[in-house]
Design a protein around this ligand. Structure first.
Ligand SMILES: *Cc1c(COP(=O)(O)O)cnc(C)c1O
Length: 393
């Protein structure tokens, strides 16, 4: 049995999105900027996609800018707000310790350019409060950027409350909603969101396409210069097949959002309940304010990498928070922000489900993980010490 439980990394493309893409690759290959009627039909499709995508998050068509994905949308939103702030001598940005690297590394760049960044601490459940944001706001704050839902531990932030505070204080508010779009209800107007990033490949759309919502009147600037596409805010011939694939995937996801959430929450909670029976195990992230498909746990005394490799042999594709594969031995910044000791954070496992996940697949995971954890603990140099009650850091 092959079980794909790494949907927070990317999802398989839906048949509907794929068919849409092929249609626009075959018949509607023209450039939407061309003046001939062929190009104008591509332009009409583009306008329609903008409208449909906007509708899914409560935005108008004119507020949607297509990008190459979530990372680019995050970069553009943050850099735009920072540059706009600098014009008024405001160079302070508020964010959190558990953002995606597309946000954190952009903030690092801005720090080198003289911006000051406050990264809010999360509590042990991986949440911040809106009051923390309120308390961190200063005269010179030019941006608040807080993710909608976390990609590792699935926690859902109080976005509407933060939005209300930012609107009251007249501070631009951006949210990285890459994990939320198509999975949680989003209404940019009701939630007072000024900018929001989404990425198609996290909701069964194609890779390499995303969008930045930017509220009418909010400032954005081009990161990529060139032609006048996207109202001059993002040069480059539009990837119409990918855009149409994204529109189809997002509409489908939003249409069945409650149904999928109900099914996924059941599977998620079954996994958490069953895998928690393994001794010396920690569940990471709030149990309630949590993405429907996210499971994240630490098994003391083992390494996440070994766990992933052994699960792979059982046909299970999962993920671990630690980043040894990327050449760093540091465990995930998200798990460390929860206050977990390094040794514990190293033994993490993330299982991320999608509406394609079946009961039988969940049962396969429940059967395999305890076996693999036990086997690894038998070989672990520290497991005996943990059982004796020693604290391993
Ligand atoms: C995947 C992801 C991104 C990056 O999106 P890409 O489209 O892969 O660039 C950004 N933020 C979060 C929370 C993500 O999960």
């Amino acid at each position: 049995m092959r079980v794909y439980a790494d949907n927070a990394a990317t999802t398989p493309i839906s048949e509907h999105a794929k068919a849409e893409m092929i249609k626009y690759m075959d018949a509607e290959y023209e450039n939407a900027s061309s003046l001939h009627s062929f190009g104008q039909s591509a332009a009409a499709a583009l306008a329609e996609a903008r409208e449909r995508i906007g509708k899914c998050i409560g935005a108008d068509a004119g507020e949607i800018y297509f990008t190459s994905g979530g990372s680019e949308a995050d970069n553009q939103a943050i850099i735009s707000a920072a540059h706009f702030g600098a014009k008024k001598n405001k160079k302070h940005i508020i964010s959190t310790k558990i953002e995606h690297h597309a946000v954190l590394h952009t903030l690092d760049r801005l720090k080198k350019e003289g911006y000051e960044v406050t990264l809010l601490e999360v509590d042990k459940n991986g949440l911040i409060t809106a009051d923390q944001v309120r308390d961190a706001i200063r005269e010179d704050t030019c941006l608040v950027t807080v993710m909608f839902a976390n990609n590792e531990i699935g926690t859902i932030m109080p976005i509407a409350e933060i939005g209300a505070i930012c609107r009251e204080k007249k501070i631009p508010f951006h949210t990285d909603a890459v994990q939320a779009a198509g999975h949680l209800h989003i209404d940019v107007k009701a939630m007072n969101i000024d900018m929001l990033s989404i990425s198609a490949h996290k909701f069964h759309g194609p890779k390499g396409i995303g969008a930045l919502y930017c509220r009418r009147g909010a400032y954005i600037e081009a990161i990529i210069s060139g032609g006048a596409q996207e109202k001059g805010k993002r040069a480059g011939t539009e990837n119409l097949p990918a855009i149409m694939g994204m529109a189809a995937a997002l509409e489908d996801a939003v249409a069945s959002i409650d149904e999928n959430a109900e099914k996924l929450c059941k599977m998620r909670d079954k996994l958490i309940c069953e895998l928690s029976k393994i001794e010396k195990t920690i569940v990471n992230g709030d149990r309630v304010k949590r993405l429907p498909g996210n499971v994240n746990m630490c098994f003391q005394g083992i390494e996440g990498e070994s766990l992933l490799l052994m699960l792979d042999m059982y046909g299970i594709a999962a993920s671990s928070g630690s980043a040894c594969t990327s050449g760093s031995l540091d465990p995930s910044h998200v798990l460390l922000a929860l206050g977990l000791p390094h040794a514990v954070a190293h033994g993490s496992l993330r299982l991320s489900l999608s509406e394609y996940t079946t009961e039988a697949e969940v049962d396969h995971i429940i059967e395999c993980v305890p076996k693999v954890v036990e086997r690894l603990r038998e070989m672990s140099p520290v497991w005996e010490r943990i059982l004796r009650g020693e604290e391993i850091l």
